[in-house]
Design a protein around this ligand. Structure first.
Ligand code: NAP
Length: 479
């Protein structure tokens, strides 16, 4: 069982109190070795209703912008001061290397800091002029009780994006983390309780399997916004459930990112960026390269360079010194990657490298590079969510634009070319909301991030993200 000063309780948190759930028990395990980390009494409808009630109560106490700024900056500071321990808990329940987990804590802190530093964007705005003989002021009011639901792949990063702007807007929040990684969220709540003076009911943590919890949130009229990060499949279901109550949704859904390498690209730089981009979180990120398109004249050279780097990656327990790639979250994740590799090879792809991970005890998947993957291979259609680099060759600009856009997803795309004009020209025609040139970087707190097409709608990060949890109220006052 896990021991941590940040986990004196392994429970949910409602109305300023740690609470036991009345639902199904959740077992949290370490994917590196299948060891049990915690058993949590899962919550259900009853606790969700209590959380909604507490949040409604908290809404009665409005906080000034200065107060909210202080909270946000304090959360950033507290997270940063506890990055090692929060990171350790994260690694134990998720599997990613400890150093990377600490980087995720820094990333999370960045969202709170950014919202704190930019909260004055939410100040009321008086219009120039006096249309219709009135003075017009635009107010950014809190949307109300908001539900924040997050996946397991960034146990602290994903909630930070939502909670920072929800608190900036002065909403009252109900957080539902993934049942696979609730411990990092509990650690965050321990810090919020110890280090901040948030009013009771301002932030509530409801832990338990989706279903009764999420249905209660979707059906209750007090919940005005659901901000969800997760699969497109669940996002689609939530759109239907939001209809009766006309609830606002922010949906951060799946991806199928193209990583395009033209023949004039700096291949060493493209290799570095691909390795960093693809293997973060063991390849279990929505923004990681899922399809690598390489110009046919450089395909073999590029594949060999990438393969050389992949051979030298250390796969193992995220807490072990020197580990580059941890385990996948569970057996289902491993089976999906296996299915994608076998399908591509059966359809004619060449295996350039597949590391042997059979000696490792947990849910590990072999870092693999495939070349000449046919476009109809399953790994080009579905998110692999694992350490597979499938390379598809192309001949010209038109062909690669069409192939890259041939997906229902529109989250992230990466382009490598020495010709900046071509870069901008191609990017303009790519239907992906995060589209980079000569870098494999993912999102940052300072910039808006979200999806096009079936990758969702709404934005997190940047000034745009600050406005996700406000209601705009326009007030003309007669002159
Ligand atoms: P998921 O299965 O959709 O689960 C996400 C969250 O929704 C979890 O809290 C889960 O709770 C809950 N959930 C599951 N089924 C639900 C239902 N029927 N109704 C309401 N809530 C439900 O996704 P995941 O496997 O955790 O995460 C991986 C996916 O997230 C990938 O597709 C990835 O691309 C996407 N993602 C997108 C972004 C982005 O910014 N666009 C970022 C990260 C991840 P339980 O755990 O209790 O089942």
């Amino acid at each position: 069982m896990i021991e941590s000063p940040l986990l004196p309780h392994t429970q949910g948190y409602i109305d300023g109190e740690w609470c036991t759930g009345s639902g199904k028990t959740i077992t949290v395990t370490n994917p590196a070795n299948a060891e049990e980390l915690a058993r949590i009494d899962g919550m259900s409808e009853r606790e969700t209703l209590a959380a909604i009630h507490a949040a409604e109560g908290a809404l009665a106490h409005r906080a000034s912008r200065d107060q909210r700024r202080q909270w946000l900056l304090r959360i950033a500071e507290v997270l940063q001061a506890n990055r090692e321990e929060v990171g350790r808990i994260l690694t134990l329940e998720h599997g990613k290397p400890w150093k990377e987990a600490q980087g995720e804590v820094d990333y999370a802190a960045g969202f709170f800091r950014y919202c704190g530093e930019h909260i004055d964007e939410l100040a009321p705005r008086t219009l120039d002029g006096h249309p219709k003989n009135a003075t017009w002021t635009v107010h950014y009011r809190p949307a109300g009780v908001v539900a924040l639901s997050t996946p397991w792949n960034f146990p602290i990063g994903m909630i930070a994006k939502k909670l920072s702007s929800a608190l900036a807007a002065d909403c009252a929040c109900i957080i539902k983390p993934s049942s696979k990684t609730p411990l990092t969220m509990i650690a965050l709540f321990t810090l919020l309780q110890r280090e901040l003076d948030l009013p009771r009911g301002k932030v509530n943590l409801v832990i338990g399997p989706a279903g009764a919890i999420t249905d209660t949130l979707m059906e209750h009229p007090a919940v005005r916004v659901l901000s969800f990060t997760g699969s497109t499949e669940v996002g689609r279901e939530l759109i239907g459930k939001a209809a009766p109550g006309i609830k606002r949704l922010t949906l951060e859904l799946g991806g199928n990112a193209p990583f395009i390498v033209f023949d004039d690209a700096d291949l060493d730089a493209a290799t570095d960026h691909l390795i960093g981009n693809k293997f973060r979180g063991g390849g279990q990120t929505c923004v990681c390269a899922n399809r690598v398109f390489v110009h046919r004249d450089v395909a073999e050279t590029f594949a060999n360079r990438v393969a050389e780097r992949v051979r030298s990656l250390t796969v193992g327990d995220g807490m072990a010194e020197g580990t580059d790639i941890g385990p996948l979250i569970d057996e289902n994740g491993v089976a999906k990657v296996r299915r994608h590799i076998d399908d591509a090879v059966a359809k004619g792809a060449t295996k350039v490298v597949e590391q042997d991970v059979s000696h490792l005890p947990g849910t590990f998947s072999p870092p693999t590079v495939l070349l000449d993957v046919p476009t109809e291979a399953v790994c080009n259609v579905e998110e692999t969510f694992g350490p597979l680099v499938p390379m598809v060759t192309f001949g010209d600009e038109e062909e690669v634009i069409a192939a890259a856009n041939d997906t229902e997803f529109g989250l992230a795309a990466y382009l490598f070319t020495a010709d900046h004009d071509r870069g901008q020209r191609v990017i303009e025609r790519l239907h992906f909301a995060h589209a980079t040139l000569n870098t494999g970087t993912g999102p940052t707190p300072e910039a808006p991030f979200g999806g096009m097409k079936q990758s969702g709608y709404g934005r997190e990060g940047g000034i745009e993200g600050l406005f996700e949890f406000v209601e705009v109220q326009t007030v003309p006052v007669a002159d």
